[in-house]
Design a protein around this ligand. Structure first.
Ligand SMILES: [Fe+2]
Ligand SMILES: [Fe+2]
Length: 212
């Protein structure tokens, strides 16, 4: 690790501590526990797939920072990123909680790391072109040990897969769950699904590691 990386790592650890304290105060106990479990799972995935473990933990602990915020707060925060709202987001502002959390990380905590911001911003549905850290967070959020609807056996099966197959399996299970409960699969999730499947077919086992 050179001096630049050491300074960066220190800054990330400092931000992580502040975000964790803030999350503990602002979130319900259950949501905070979910955030911690997601952070630990994301760190574990990062370690396994050679991504930055500190960034993985930070992404996990901060991804639901705005989950308990009102629609008004979510809309006001998410507007700041300048990205137009989709029709789904306009109809259901709670879906903006990832975008709102990314804005909060930048504005309140001064975080500039694009991989973490992107991962948090798009964690609910995933997205085509999402960086590896974002994919790791997407998986961690869906399979952390306290997540309802996933058995120990299935979690173990998923954790035994390689990175691409893990994303594919998590999305496929998610599609089955959404179909069973009469909910719509977000187009962004399907686009990521197609992208990851195409990467696997091409034998691109690392995916786009440039922003991990
Ligand atoms: Fe979330
Ligand atoms: Fe979550």
């Amino acid at each position: 690790m050179d001096i630049y990386d050491a300074v960066n790592a220190k800054q990330i650890l400092r931000v992580t501590k502040k975000v964790e304290d803030f999350a503990c105060n602002i979130l319900s106990p259950g949501r905070f526990e979910h955030s911690l479990r997601t952070a630990k799972m994301c760190r574990k995935l990062c370690e396994r797939f050679l991504l930055d473990v500190h960034l993985g933990y930070l992404a996990g602990v901060s991804h639901d920072l705005c989950k308990n915020s009102s629609d008004e707060v979510l809309i006001a925060l998410a507007k700041k990123d300048g990205i137009p709202f989709s029709s789904l987001e306009s109809r259901k502002p709670s879906l903006l909680h990832g975008r709102a959390a990314a804005v909060l990380l930048q504005d309140r905590f001064g975080l500039e790391n694009e991989a973490v911001l992107d991962a948090v911003r798009w964690h609910t549905f995933g997205r085509k072109g999402l960086c590896p850290l974002g994919r790791a967070l997407f998986i961690a959020d869906k399979i952390e040990p306290g997540r309802k609807g996933i058995s120990k056996r299935v979690r173990k099966e998923i954790l035994a897969l390689d990175f691409h197959d893990m994303v594919i399996r998590v999305i496929e299970d998610n599609i089955i769950y959404l179909n069973e409960t009469g909910k719509i699969v977000a187009p962004e999730t399907l686009e990521m699904y197609d992208e990851v499947k195409a990467e696997r077919k091409q034998g691109n086992i690392c995916g786009n590691l440039s922003c991990g």
